[in-house]
Design a protein around this ligand. Structure first.
Ligand SMILES: [Zn+2]
Length: 362
């Protein structure tokens, strides 16, 4: 071949077999049907038929221009790149491992079948190590040689521990009301996990250890047990009930979910829309209209200087300056202003200060 003897074999038939074997390998290396044509000649000669078939085949392949014997990196049985120096190929793999290693990494490996070995490669094989790095990059979705890196990391995180709520009965608070004495606080748990990542994306987690580093604080809530009066009957302390219904919220401090404790300046009497609201005592109307969170509001000034409020009305039936008598219908029940249900918010104010209406109603 090319004027040099590449081997001696016993017969012409064997030489033909070797040439056709070499052509098959070259076809695979170069990626197209390759024929040696007249490049290899066979001639009879005296001497020893001492050459091994694979050595002759290799010598023929090495003699073809455009074919180079190098170190090749195969991924899944296909050559991804080649170099004269195998350390360059290993260096690319180490780069990728370094990219996916953190200070918490306990184990890291490629999931692919990667081999580096001596092989004949065609001239158009990737021999540029930075290009090979790009071809092997696990996040490179357009490369068929993109590798898969599985790593395990030992990581810590904290998790909130919910607090418990303890209810204590309190007979100074009306039924239906409650007050938070001690606000609850979340606790914290430190969790140590062994996390498995594929190409840097968390796949599975295994809890190794869990330690409470801050205990939760129990929330203590006072729950009212003081009975509510529900009767609408004759006047005792000068007043009658402005409406019939269930008292859904008493006078004093109360806590609505998600809000700060607030002072409730009256009582809430729940009823149905359009139900009658009557004057609790004789008096003169001093306000009849909308007033911020009260919604539609009626205020009545009484002879003793007290003032009563009737709020969240759906309709007002009196006007300012009008004289009203005890039991006279002054408005219809509704839920205007800041109200979550149909009710009459009723206040009694003495010298402008709200007092507990239940102390003054029959
Ligand atoms: Zn109210």
């Amino acid at each position: 071949m090319n004027g040099e003897v590449v081997g001696q074999v016993k017969s012409k038939a064997e030489a033909t077999e070797i040439i056709s074997g070499a052509e098959k390998r070259l076809t695979k290396i170069l990626g197209y049907d390759y024929s040696l044509g007249g490049a290899v000649s066979v001639s009879a000669d005296l001497g020893e038929a001492g050459s091994r078939r694979d050595e002759v085949e290799t010598a023929i392949i090495a003699g073809v221009s455009g074919v180079r014997g190098m170190y090749a990196m195969e991924v899944g049985g296909e050559i991804a790149g080649a170099s004269e120096n195998p350390e360059e190929l290993f260096g690319v793999l180490k780069d990728i491992i370094a990219e996916y290693t953190t200070e918490n990494t306990t184990d890291i490996k490629f999931m692919d079948n990667i081999t580096v070995r001596q092989a004949f490669v065609s001239a158009d094989t990737c021999m540029d190590m930075s290009l090979l790095r790009t071809l092997l990059e696990p996040s490179n979705k357009s490369s068929k040689y993109a590798l898969t890196v599985e790593s395990t990391r030992k990581e810590r995180r904290t998790e909130d521990v919910p607090f418990t709520i303890e209810e204590r009965e309190d007979d100074t608070i009306y039924v239906g009301d409650s007050y938070v004495f001690t606000p609850g606080e979340h606790g914290q748990t430190l969790i140590t996990e062994s996390n498995t990542y594929i190409n840097g994306v968390l796949r599975s987690a295994l809890v190794l250890d869990s330690v409470v580093i801050k205990a939760p604080v129990t929330q203590v809530v006072a729950v009212g047990t003081k009975p509510l009066s529900r009767s609408v009957s004759a006047s005792a302390g000068g007043y009658i009930w402005p409406a019939a219904g269930v008292i859904t919220s008493g006078f004093g401090y109360r806590q609505l979910s998600g809000r700060a404790p607030e002072h409730h300046k009256g009582i809430d009497i729940a009823g149905v829309r359009g139900q009658s609201i009557v004057a609790a005592a004789d008096g003169v109307v001093t306000y009849a209209g909308i007033l911020s969170t009260y919604g539609e509001l009626v205020k009545i000034q009484h002879g003793n200087g007290d003032e009563t409020y009737y709020a969240h009305c759906s309709r007002i039936l009196v006007s300012v300056g009008e004289r009203v008598s005890q039991g006279q219908e002054i408005a219809k029940m509704g839920m205007t202003g800041n109200a979550t249900g149909v009710h009459c918010h009723f206040e009694i104010r003495k010298d402008g200060t709200p007092v507990n209406p239940l102390d003054w109603l029959p």
